[in-house]
Design a binder for this molecule. Structure first.
Ligand SMILES: C[S@@+](CC[C@H](N)C(=O)[O-])C[C@H]1O[C@@H](n2cnc3c(N)ncnc32)[C@H](O)[C@@H]1O
Length: 278
């Protein structure tokens, strides 16, 4: 492993915040050493100063993307947080199905989707609830977009293929049997669930113009890594990306927009904080 000095840590910390918004706190030097040493060696860097220089001057942006990929935490699971999913099942999704039945297209954004579990969890729930209401004929009006800055996470998400460990994490047995097919050691999501979902690489620091408007946005367990300034900008952009008043932005259970945005009214559903566009 290559040791990182204090000045090198500052350089890389700044580089990472500039390119993905993630703020490394003091005392996280080990993250640089454990996650970037191998890549530094691979590109022929003898120190982290040398590595930073190579990254800064790499015109292709390829090394920058690999650094971001290595530094992002892609931790996720199916139906993460019971309260949030109960809210979606009991409140948000029935209201969105009403819109679909009236003839509207419903667009949902899983922002920072990681390897796709959140987007596919939504798709499974919609499929079940549309079936229960006897309105599967409106299924084609559903469009779920998953985006993430990590290209490897998006590649995994697009494949819809999960190994034995990933498939276990939060996925109820009945949904696994109903919505996946087994292929040796992997589980592959069925086409009827996959067809409502698409994925693309996207940095939340970028403008949201071009993504269109959404009826519901989930941005979970990523704003914890961002600066106060970035959070303020982000919540403002999310508010503008929601179609109409009372449309919902759902954050992770440990995240809050209090103090960072006046664009939302806050309600609670059990432990889940529900942010409704004003
Ligand atoms: C901990 S995961 C959360 C995944 C999922 N939302 C969940 O709640 O299970 C955080 C994700 O945010 C992504 N991420 C970090 N910075 C980002 C940025 N600036 N733009 C888009 N995605 C980002 C990471 O690549 C990672 O996949």
């Amino acid at each position: 492993m290559i040791n990182v000095t204090e000045p090198e840590y500052e350089l890389l910390k700044q580089f990472i915040e500039t390119h993905c918004g993630i703020v490394l706190e003091q005392g996280k030097e080990y993250l640089i050493e454990t996650r970037l040493s191998e890549l530094a060696r691979e590109v022929g860097a003898t120190s982290f100063q040398d590595f930073h220089y190579k990254a800064k001057t790499d015109q292709s942006g390829h090394l920058r993307d690999r650094i971001i990929d290595a530094m992002t935490t892609n931790e996720t699971s199916w139906f993460r947080d019971a309260s949030a999913w109960e809210y979606l099942q009991k409140k948000a999704i029935p209201a969105l199905i009403d819109r679909m039945v009236k003839g509207e297209k419903v667009r949902i954004w899983s922002a920072a989707s990681s390897t796709g579990q959140e987007a596919y969890s939504l798709s499974m729930l919609f499929y079940e609830m549309l079936s229960q209401r006897g309105v599967l004929n409106v299924h084609s009006r559903l469009d779920i977009l998953g985006t993430d800055i990590s290209s490897s996470a998006i590649t995994n998400a697009r494949s819809g293929k999960y190994d034995g460990i990933a498939i276990q994490r939060g996925l109820p047995q009945d949904k696994k049997q109903r919505f996946f097919v087994q292929d040796a050691n992997h589980w592959i999501i069925k086409p009827e669930i996959k067809k409502s979902v698409s994925f693309k690489e996207f940095n939340l620091q970028n403008s949201f113009m071009g993504l269109g408007q959404f009826d519901l946005i989930l941005c979970r367990y990523v704003t914890i890594y961002f600066s106060e300034l970035f959070k303020k900008e982000l919540f403002s952009k999310f508010s503008n990306a929601l179609k109409r008043p009372k449309d919902v932005l759902l954050l992770g259970a440990t995240e809050s927009l209090r103090g960072f945005s006046n664009d939302f009214d806050i309600e609670y559903y059990n432990n889940a904080m529900i942010n409704l566009k004003k």
